[in-house]
Design a protein around this ligand. Structure first.
Ligand code: AKG
Length: 258
Protein backbone atom coordinates (compact mmCIF):
# COMPACT_ATOMS: atom_id res chain seq x y z
CA UNK A 1 0.00 0.00 0.00
CA UNK A 2 1.45 3.43 -0.85
CA UNK A 3 2.20 5.69 2.12
CA UNK A 4 2.20 9.45 2.62
CA UNK A 5 5.92 9.28 1.82
CA UNK A 6 5.25 7.78 -1.65
CA UNK A 7 5.73 9.97 -4.67
CA UNK A 8 2.83 11.87 -6.19
CA UNK A 9 3.71 10.25 -9.50
CA UNK A 10 3.29 6.74 -8.07
CA UNK A 11 -0.01 7.53 -6.33
CA UNK A 12 -1.40 9.39 -9.36
CA UNK A 13 -0.45 6.50 -11.65
CA UNK A 14 -2.21 3.96 -9.42
CA UNK A 15 -5.26 6.23 -9.21
CA UNK A 16 -5.45 6.50 -12.99
CA UNK A 17 -4.76 2.80 -13.56
CA UNK A 18 -7.07 1.32 -10.90
CA UNK A 19 -9.57 4.15 -10.37
CA UNK A 20 -8.69 4.24 -6.67
CA UNK A 21 -5.73 3.98 -4.33
CA UNK A 22 -5.50 3.78 -0.54
CA UNK A 23 -2.60 5.70 1.00
CA UNK A 24 -1.57 5.21 4.64
CA UNK A 25 -0.14 7.71 7.12
CA UNK A 26 -1.94 10.79 5.79
CA UNK A 27 -3.06 12.14 9.18
CA UNK A 28 -1.32 12.08 12.58
CA UNK A 29 -2.83 10.42 15.65
CA UNK A 30 -3.26 13.85 17.25
CA UNK A 31 -4.90 15.22 14.11
CA UNK A 32 -7.30 12.28 13.99
CA UNK A 33 -8.20 12.65 17.64
CA UNK A 34 -8.99 16.34 17.38
CA UNK A 35 -10.90 15.85 14.10
CA UNK A 36 -13.09 13.13 15.61
CA UNK A 37 -13.74 15.22 18.73
CA UNK A 38 -14.53 18.40 16.83
CA UNK A 39 -16.79 16.65 14.34
CA UNK A 40 -18.54 15.03 17.31
CA UNK A 41 -19.28 18.54 18.56
CA UNK A 42 -20.63 19.58 15.15
CA UNK A 43 -22.66 16.38 14.68
CA UNK A 44 -24.54 16.99 17.92
CA UNK A 45 -26.72 19.50 16.04
CA UNK A 46 -26.79 17.92 12.55
CA UNK A 47 -30.01 16.21 11.40
CA UNK A 48 -30.12 12.91 9.54
CA UNK A 49 -30.52 12.86 5.75
CA UNK A 50 -33.63 13.89 3.83
CA UNK A 51 -33.64 11.04 1.31
CA UNK A 52 -32.07 7.60 0.76
CA UNK A 53 -29.10 9.10 -1.11
CA UNK A 54 -28.13 11.30 1.85
CA UNK A 55 -29.13 8.39 4.10
CA UNK A 56 -32.12 8.51 6.43
CA UNK A 57 -29.89 7.31 9.30
CA UNK A 58 -26.84 9.27 8.15
CA UNK A 59 -25.70 12.73 9.20
CA UNK A 60 -23.87 14.98 6.76
CA UNK A 61 -21.75 17.94 7.75
CA UNK A 62 -21.95 20.29 4.80
CA UNK A 63 -20.12 23.66 4.73
CA UNK A 64 -17.32 21.73 6.46
CA UNK A 65 -14.76 24.55 6.37
CA UNK A 66 -17.20 26.91 8.09
CA UNK A 67 -17.60 24.49 10.99
CA UNK A 68 -14.23 22.91 11.83
CA UNK A 69 -10.56 23.77 11.41
CA UNK A 70 -9.50 20.14 11.78
CA UNK A 71 -9.34 19.42 8.02
CA UNK A 72 -7.43 22.56 7.00
CA UNK A 73 -4.13 20.71 6.85
CA UNK A 74 -5.59 17.61 5.22
CA UNK A 75 -7.09 19.66 2.39
CA UNK A 76 -3.64 20.94 1.41
CA UNK A 77 -1.61 17.82 2.24
CA UNK A 78 1.45 18.01 -0.07
CA UNK A 79 0.96 14.49 -1.46
CA UNK A 80 -2.72 15.14 -2.11
CA UNK A 81 -1.98 18.39 -3.95
CA UNK A 82 0.80 16.71 -5.93
CA UNK A 83 -1.63 14.00 -7.07
CA UNK A 84 -4.34 16.55 -7.91
CA UNK A 85 -1.84 18.68 -9.85
CA UNK A 86 -1.05 15.64 -11.98
CA UNK A 87 -4.59 14.34 -12.46
CA UNK A 88 -6.75 17.49 -12.56
CA UNK A 89 -4.34 20.37 -13.26
CA UNK A 90 -6.35 23.35 -11.97
CA UNK A 91 -8.90 22.34 -9.33
CA UNK A 92 -11.01 23.50 -6.38
CA UNK A 93 -12.76 21.96 -3.41
CA UNK A 94 -16.16 20.84 -4.63
CA UNK A 95 -17.80 18.82 -1.85
CA UNK A 96 -16.06 18.63 1.52
CA UNK A 97 -18.54 16.69 3.71
CA UNK A 98 -18.44 14.84 7.02
CA UNK A 99 -20.45 11.62 6.68
CA UNK A 100 -21.60 9.78 9.78
CA UNK A 101 -23.41 6.58 8.79
CA UNK A 102 -25.62 5.57 11.69
CA UNK A 103 -26.49 2.05 12.87
CA UNK A 104 -29.16 0.47 10.70
CA UNK A 105 -28.39 2.58 7.63
CA UNK A 106 -28.89 0.82 4.31
CA UNK A 107 -26.26 0.79 1.58
CA UNK A 108 -26.27 3.95 -0.51
CA UNK A 109 -27.03 3.52 -4.20
CA UNK A 110 -23.82 3.11 -6.21
CA UNK A 111 -23.03 6.21 -8.22
CA UNK A 112 -20.28 8.16 -9.98
CA UNK A 113 -19.35 11.51 -8.48
CA UNK A 114 -18.71 13.03 -11.92
CA UNK A 115 -22.25 12.17 -13.08
CA UNK A 116 -23.47 15.60 -11.87
CA UNK A 117 -21.64 17.17 -14.82
CA UNK A 118 -23.34 16.72 -18.21
CA UNK A 119 -20.12 16.09 -20.09
CA UNK A 120 -19.81 13.80 -23.12
CA UNK A 121 -18.36 10.44 -22.06
CA UNK A 122 -15.70 9.23 -21.89
CA UNK A 123 -13.87 12.36 -20.77
CA UNK A 124 -10.60 13.00 -18.96
CA UNK A 125 -10.79 13.00 -15.14
CA UNK A 126 -12.62 16.09 -13.85
CA UNK A 127 -13.33 14.89 -10.28
CA UNK A 128 -11.07 13.28 -7.69
CA UNK A 129 -12.52 12.38 -4.31
CA UNK A 130 -10.71 11.46 -1.11
CA UNK A 131 -12.28 9.60 1.82
CA UNK A 132 -10.67 10.21 5.23
CA UNK A 133 -11.94 7.64 7.79
CA UNK A 134 -12.18 8.75 11.42
CA UNK A 135 -13.38 5.30 12.51
CA UNK A 136 -12.06 1.93 11.41
CA UNK A 137 -13.86 1.22 8.12
CA UNK A 138 -15.16 -2.35 7.96
CA UNK A 139 -17.50 -4.29 5.70
CA UNK A 140 -19.96 -4.38 8.61
CA UNK A 141 -20.03 -0.71 9.62
CA UNK A 142 -20.45 0.94 6.22
CA UNK A 143 -17.01 1.20 4.64
CA UNK A 144 -17.29 2.89 1.25
CA UNK A 145 -18.13 0.24 -1.39
CA UNK A 146 -16.77 0.39 -4.91
CA UNK A 147 -16.57 -1.60 -8.13
CA UNK A 148 -12.93 -2.02 -9.15
CA UNK A 149 -12.30 -1.23 -12.79
CA UNK A 150 -15.63 0.57 -13.24
CA UNK A 151 -13.83 3.83 -14.13
CA UNK A 152 -13.00 2.11 -17.44
CA UNK A 153 -16.56 1.02 -18.25
CA UNK A 154 -17.99 2.00 -21.61
CA UNK A 155 -20.26 5.09 -21.52
CA UNK A 156 -23.75 4.31 -20.24
CA UNK A 157 -22.91 1.05 -18.47
CA UNK A 158 -24.47 0.80 -15.01
CA UNK A 159 -23.79 -1.64 -12.15
CA UNK A 160 -25.59 -4.97 -12.47
CA UNK A 161 -25.99 -8.09 -10.33
CA UNK A 162 -22.77 -10.02 -10.38
CA UNK A 163 -20.47 -7.01 -10.59
CA UNK A 164 -17.89 -7.32 -7.79
CA UNK A 165 -18.53 -4.69 -5.09
CA UNK A 166 -15.68 -4.37 -2.59
CA UNK A 167 -15.59 -2.57 0.78
CA UNK A 168 -12.76 -0.04 1.20
CA UNK A 169 -11.64 -1.41 4.54
CA UNK A 170 -9.08 0.93 6.07
CA UNK A 171 -7.95 2.53 9.31
CA UNK A 172 -8.06 6.16 10.39
CA UNK A 173 -4.97 7.90 8.98
CA UNK A 174 -5.35 6.14 5.64
CA UNK A 175 -7.08 7.89 2.77
CA UNK A 176 -8.85 6.44 -0.24
CA UNK A 177 -8.36 8.49 -3.40
CA UNK A 178 -10.89 7.67 -6.14
CA UNK A 179 -11.75 9.03 -9.53
CA UNK A 180 -15.14 10.66 -10.10
CA UNK A 181 -15.79 7.98 -12.71
CA UNK A 182 -15.49 5.06 -10.24
CA UNK A 183 -18.84 3.56 -9.22
CA UNK A 184 -19.07 3.61 -5.42
CA UNK A 185 -21.34 4.41 -2.47
CA UNK A 186 -21.56 4.33 1.31
CA UNK A 187 -22.03 0.87 2.81
CA UNK A 188 -24.80 -0.44 5.06
CA UNK A 189 -24.05 -0.10 8.76
CA UNK A 190 -24.97 -3.38 10.45
CA UNK A 191 -23.25 -2.51 13.74
CA UNK A 192 -24.45 -0.64 16.81
CA UNK A 193 -21.96 2.21 16.36
CA UNK A 194 -21.78 5.06 13.82
CA UNK A 195 -19.14 5.18 11.08
CA UNK A 196 -17.57 8.61 10.62
CA UNK A 197 -15.54 9.70 7.62
CA UNK A 198 -14.89 12.91 5.72
CA UNK A 199 -14.84 13.29 1.97
CA UNK A 200 -12.74 16.04 0.46
CA UNK A 201 -13.92 16.08 -3.14
CA UNK A 202 -12.09 18.18 -5.72
CA UNK A 203 -13.25 19.15 -9.20
CA UNK A 204 -11.62 20.81 -12.18
CA UNK A 205 -11.62 24.57 -11.61
CA UNK A 206 -13.57 25.24 -14.80
CA UNK A 207 -16.61 23.42 -13.39
CA UNK A 208 -19.06 24.62 -10.71
CA UNK A 209 -18.24 23.09 -7.33
CA UNK A 210 -21.06 20.92 -5.94
CA UNK A 211 -21.30 23.18 -2.88
CA UNK A 212 -20.77 26.90 -3.40
CA UNK A 213 -17.82 27.33 -1.06
CA UNK A 214 -17.74 31.13 -1.43
CA UNK A 215 -21.21 31.28 0.16
CA UNK A 216 -20.78 28.26 2.46
CA UNK A 217 -17.73 29.62 4.29
CA UNK A 218 -17.91 33.22 5.57
CA UNK A 219 -15.22 35.52 4.22
CA UNK A 220 -14.26 36.39 7.81
CA UNK A 221 -13.32 32.71 8.27
CA UNK A 222 -11.57 32.34 4.91
CA UNK A 223 -9.39 35.38 5.68
CA UNK A 224 -7.79 33.41 8.56
CA UNK A 225 -6.82 30.44 6.34
CA UNK A 226 -3.61 29.72 4.42
CA UNK A 227 -3.59 31.16 0.89
CA UNK A 228 -3.66 27.77 -0.86
CA UNK A 229 -6.77 26.76 1.09
CA UNK A 230 -8.38 30.11 0.26
CA UNK A 231 -7.74 29.35 -3.39
CA UNK A 232 -9.26 25.88 -3.07
CA UNK A 233 -12.34 27.44 -1.47
CA UNK A 234 -12.96 29.50 -4.59
CA UNK A 235 -10.70 32.53 -4.24
CA UNK A 236 -8.85 31.73 -7.40
CA UNK A 237 -9.28 31.80 -11.17
CA UNK A 238 -9.07 29.18 -13.87
CA UNK A 239 -6.68 30.83 -16.34
CA UNK A 240 -6.98 33.20 -17.97
CA UNK A 241 -9.81 34.75 -15.94
CA UNK A 242 -12.66 32.30 -15.18
CA UNK A 243 -14.05 33.29 -11.78
CA UNK A 244 -13.12 36.99 -11.78
CA UNK A 245 -15.03 39.43 -9.54
CA UNK A 246 -15.75 42.93 -10.82
CA UNK A 247 -12.91 42.48 -13.27
CA UNK A 248 -10.27 41.44 -10.73
CA UNK A 249 -8.84 38.25 -9.18
CA UNK A 250 -11.21 37.06 -6.40
CA UNK A 251 -8.33 37.16 -3.89
CA UNK A 252 -8.60 40.95 -4.08
CA UNK A 253 -12.17 41.01 -2.72
CA UNK A 254 -11.32 38.75 0.23
CA UNK A 255 -10.29 41.57 2.60
CA UNK A 256 -13.78 43.10 2.37
CA UNK A 257 -17.19 41.76 3.43
CA UNK A 258 -18.43 39.30 6.07
O1 AKG B 1 -19.90 7.62 2.95
C1 AKG B 1 -19.33 6.99 2.05
O2 AKG B 1 -18.63 6.02 2.27
C2 AKG B 1 -19.46 7.44 0.60
C3 AKG B 1 -20.55 8.45 0.42
C4 AKG B 1 -20.73 8.88 -0.99
O3 AKG B 1 -20.21 8.32 -1.91
C5 AKG B 1 -21.58 10.03 -1.26
O4 AKG B 1 -22.35 10.46 -0.39
O5 AKG B 1 -21.53 10.55 -2.41
Amino acid sequence: MPAATSTGQDVAQRLLDDGYVIVSGMMSAAGLQSAAADLGRVLASVPTGRNPFEGLDTQRVYALFAKTRTFDRAAVHPLLLDVLDRVLGHYQLSAPVGICIGPGEQAQILHRDDAVYPLPQPCPPVVVNTMWPLDEFTAENGATRFIPGSHRWEPGRRPAAGDPVLPATMSPGSVMFYLGSLWHGGGANRTARPRLGVILEYAAAWLRPQENQCLAVPRSVVRQLPERLQELLGYNIYPPFLGYVDGVHPRKVLPAGD
